[in-house]
Design a protein. Structure first.
Length: 135
């Protein structure tokens, strides 16, 4: 498996995880009622959510950095930074609007992953040697 294929798969995984995190956050009012009824209340643990957010941020940072080395565009990092600020604000500072902040942050990270994949595909396909680096 080549390095670019591994990064592409990690980017796809990061998109999926970020999107799933966003769905989790926005669906939480329903989950608060349903999960205990089916014996899955462990998924409501705040510690698990914090670990999930940290893993999402680390995975995104690694794949975005790898993509940046190919396409040399900052826009995915900017979107990532805004999304992380939403995530951290919701997770650690604003308890009243926790779910919307974390949900929007997760969708923002998923969007940064998607944008990164698109930029990498464009950099590979256009043959422009000024912004494509050899890996």
């Amino acid at each position: 498996m080549s390095g670019s294929t591994t990064i592409e798969r990690l980017d796809q995984c990061g998109t999926f995880l970020s999107f799933t995190c966003g769905i989790h956050c926005l669906a939480m009012p329903i989950l608060l009622i349903a999960l205990p009824l089916i014996g899955l209340e462990v998924l409501l643990d705040h510690t698990i959510e914090t670990y999930f957010i940290v893993a999402t941020i680390i995975l995104a940072a690694l794949t975005l950095w790898s993509g940046f080395k190919r396409h040399r565009q900052h826009v995915a990092f900017i979107l990532f930074a805004v999304a992380v600020s939403f995530l951290l604000t919701g997770e650690f500072f604003d308890h009243e609007f926790h779910r919307p902040f974390v949900g929007f942050g997760a969708f923002g990270i998923a969007s940064a992953h998607y944008l990164n994949r698109r930029l990498c595909a464009h950099a590979r396909g256009c043959g422009c040697s000024d912004h494509v680096t050899k890996v």
